[in-house]
Design a protein around this ligand. Structure first.
Ligand code: A3D
Length: 307
């Protein structure tokens, strides 16, 4: 199988994602970072594990964008992370400059690739990638809802002492403090979450889900979460490569869906070989709708900062 995935940024998320891709055997990896030697060191370390794990995949670390040519998927993880007390929006100016530079290189060297953005603030950086590459809206998406949904499921399953697989949910809106846990789409063994968990406990878990990234940032001291973010990207990649058409929440470009236009925001989408096959419009309660629109407003404010 001659499949290549380029991961831009060999930091915590990028390197862990590279490990997941290589060790599951789904593709070869090109790891691009301005800190070239650090990236080469990580690639050597990952390769040294290959004989023990029994895979034949390869990884090349580089600071030269020529190497991303013919990549099927490109994941942008280059950028700064939050420090304790910082919001994702605080990162906007610095990361916008990085994402612009990366996107221009992608446009030039890998014009047929699909792009998954991870760099924060996520929805604004995905919009910037879309505008800079000029790619179709199907080929540019942001990772957030898959991760936020997984965090919510984990916290609910732990509280209720049920298997994680019995919990279904949907998290929409911005990947930020205004994310919307759609309780009308959250069930445990098919039962409405409101019927199995007391209101106060549920509210606490929703709040903890929104704050989960910050909770981990403050426990780490430096850097932010990477095991679960890389798993979320991995899940999106396998849906694309295997053309599963699975519905999952990703940051997608809207042109009228959910009453919004010309912006990226987290909504359920069918993911397959073309990237976003289509945006899925689900019914939301009145409260969820207004929370979603508030979230859209927060994204628009961070877009103003990069325009
Ligand atoms: P970190 O471990 O600091 O790695 C970032 C890497 O980017 C470093 O190795 C840098 O050298 C590299 N880099 C910086 N500028 C450039 C450039 N111009 N070209 C190429 N490489 C560059 O961070 P991380 O991996 O923990 O996080 C990366 C980004 O993802 C940050 O913006 C995080 O906020 C974001 N993030 C988003 C989520 C979501 O759920 C959306 C989760 C986790 C992290």
């Amino acid at each position: 199988m001659d499949r290549k995935i380029a991961v831009i940024g060999a930091g915590a998320v990028g390197a862990t994602l590279a490990q997941r891709i290589l060790e599951s055997g789904i593709a070869d990896v090109v790891l691009v970072d301005i800190a070239k030697n650090m990236a080469i060191g990580k690639a050597f370390d990952l390769l040294d594990a290959a004989p023990m794990l029994g895979h034949e995949r390869t990884i090349k670390a580089t600071d030269n964008y020529e190497d991303i040519r013919s990549s099927r998927i490109i994941v942008i993880t280059a950028g700064l992370t939050r420090k304790p007390g910082m919001t994702r929006e605080d990162l906007v100016a610095k990361n916008a400059a990085i994402v612009r530079e990366v996107s221009n290189n992608i446009k030039e060297k890998a014009p047929d690739a699909l792009v998954i953005v991870v760099t924060n603030p996520l929805d604004a950086m995905t919009y910037l990638t879309y505008k800079t590459t000029g790619f179709t809206k199907q080929r540019v998406m942001g990772m957030a809802g898959v991760l936020d949904g997984s965090r919510f499921i984990e916290l609910l399953a732990d509280e209720l002492k049920v298997p994680r697989s019995s919990v279904k949910t949907l998290i929409l809106g911005s990947h930020g403090d205004t994310m919307v846990a759609a309780l009308s789409h959250t069930t445990v063994n098919g039962k409405r979450i409101q019927d199995v968990l007391a209101k106060d406990k549920l509210e606490k878990i929703v709040k903890r889900t929104c704050d989960r990234g910050a909770e981990i940032v403050s426990l780490f001291g430096t850097g932010s979460a990477y095991y679960s973010p890389s798993a979320a990207v991995y899940k999106m990649i396998t849906a694309i490569l295997d053309d599963t058409k699975e519905t999952m929440a990703v940051s997608a470009y809207l042109e009228g869906e959910y009453g919004l236009k010309d912006m990226y925001i987290g909504v359920p989408c069918r993911i397959g070989k073309n990237g976003i096959e289509n945006v899925v419009e689900v019914d939301l309660s009145t409260d969820e709708k207004s929370a979603f629109l508030k979230s859209a407003q927060a994204i628009k404010s961070s877009l103003e900062l990069i325009k």
